[in-house]
Design a protein around this ligand. Structure first.
Ligand code: 25A
Ligand code: L14
Length: 332
């Protein structure tokens, strides 16, 4: 592979695809050429990269000729169909969907945690809620050994793509104007509401989103003994996911120690001055790269446990940024 890459984005017109385009530009990623791919609906549309206008092409099996790195953000169905074509053409695929994450032969990577797992072929980008959680958990696991995690999420609508963003905007306008509200993307009104339902329900009563947090966390931290008890909730915010996390450890742990540990850990900003009303907020994390951690406090019911609050921009660290950070490791 050359020092500059021929890059393709499959799903370039979506919420994650657009973010990939802007992050490639802002990080000055070594792009030799950029091919933008989407469905036939968007073919011919122009998108701009570094002041240049690039025409979106329809994604087909032949789209990856000459491509070194293919970033996929068009959903699991598209990835299943086209990622193998990209690999066949000699590209490294970094896939944002859930299609290949749990495949034994596919690395599931968050660079701060397991960059060592990266290798050519398909590399899976984890689920957004899992990514921000494991960035905070990794230093804690290394020092205190994590036994069990109880987590509740407060997830923004941008996680479900462009059409969900439009739906929250429209419903908000309708509610405030006293008009009837229509729900299309979600089974219920999301504006001014919380839905304890993300992705589909499974036979065990959990949602797929919740089970991603169980299985992906173990795979990324490379420890199948870790227990995860998740509840994933969609809230009425546009950007950034928030998480309330309780971690039970093998070794005794204190909030004081965890605070200083996380302050020195990669990809983390500690915002934790309750006296000044300072803690991580979804609207502050929007547009930022780091994972924000605060409300770090002892679990008064268990000396081998702590509580904290984690917030990150789901389209950036939760998706596009993490994918591009993986790509940045390829040249190393
Ligand atoms: O299939 P799944 O797994 O259920 O995936 C569900 C959805 O999850 C989103 C993504 O939504 C996907 O549709 N998603 C993707 N990665 C994700 C991640 N890591 C993720 N969610 C969470 N975490 P999306 O709508 O944001 O992006 C969809 C992109 O995929 C392209 N696409 C769809 N089917 C395709 C395909 N590409 C190739 N072949 C297919 N068969 C899709 O292309 C989009 O890029 P498109 O042509 O349908 O794009 C139209 C979209 O672009 C928006 N748009 C157009 N102009 C503008 C604009 N938005 C803002 N400003 C503009 N000027 C349109 O609103 C439309 O949504
Ligand atoms: O597996 O918020 O990446 O609706 C796809 C759906 C992330 C969450 C994934 C959502 C998810 C997303």
């Amino acid at each position: 592979m050359s020092a500059k890459y021929h890059v393709a984005i499959a799903g370039a017109t979506g919420a994650v695809g657009r973010m990939m385009l802007s992050i490639l530009e802002e990080r000055n990623f070594p792009v030799e050429s950029l091919r933008l791919l989407a469905s036939a609906r968007s073919a011919g549309q122009e998108m701009s990269f570094k002041g240049e206008s690039i025409k979106v092409q329809e994604l087909t099996e032949d789209s990856f000729e000459g491509i070194d790195i293919a970033l996929f953000s068009a959903g699991a169905g598209v990835s299943r169909q086209f990622a193998p074509c990209a690999v066949q053409s000699g590209a490294v695929v970094i896939d944002n969907s859930s299609a290949f994450r749990m495949d034994k032969d596919v690395p599931l990577v968050v660079p701060e945690v397991n960059a060592h797992a990266i290798r050519p072929g398909i590399i899976a980008n984890p689920n957004c809620s899992t990514i921000q959680m494991v960035v905070a958990l990794k230093p804690i696991h290394d020092k205190y050994r994590i036994k069990r995690i109880v987590v509740s999420t407060y997830q923004a609508v941008s996680g479900s793509g462009q059409k969900a963003i439009a739906e929250l905007e429209q419903q908000s306008r309708d509610v405030l104007s006293g008009r009837p509200v229509k729900a299309n993307v979600y089974p219920h009104q999301i504006a001014f509401n919380c839905l304890p339902h993300i992705d589909v329900f499974l036979d065990n009563g959990y949602t797929k989103e919740e089970m991603k947090m169980v299985n992906e966390t173990r795979k990324i931290l490379e420890d199948d003994s870790i227990l995860v008890s998740p509840t994933a909730v969609r809230v009425s915010t546009f950007h950034s996911h928030s998480e309330s996390i309780n971690v039970e450890t093998e070794e005794p742990v204190s909030a004081e120690d965890v605070k200083s540990l996380l302050k020195d850990s990669p990809g983390i900003t500690v915002v934790d001055n309750p006296g000044n009303n300072e803690y991580p907020l979804a609207i502050d994390a929007e547009g930022k790269d780091n994972v924000f951690v605060g409300r770090i406090r002892d679990d008064l019911s268990n000396e081998k446990a702590i509580n904290f609050w984690v917030v990150a921009d789901n389209l950036r660290k939760g998706a596009a940024l993490n994918a591009i950070q993986i790509a940045e490791q390829l040249g190393r």
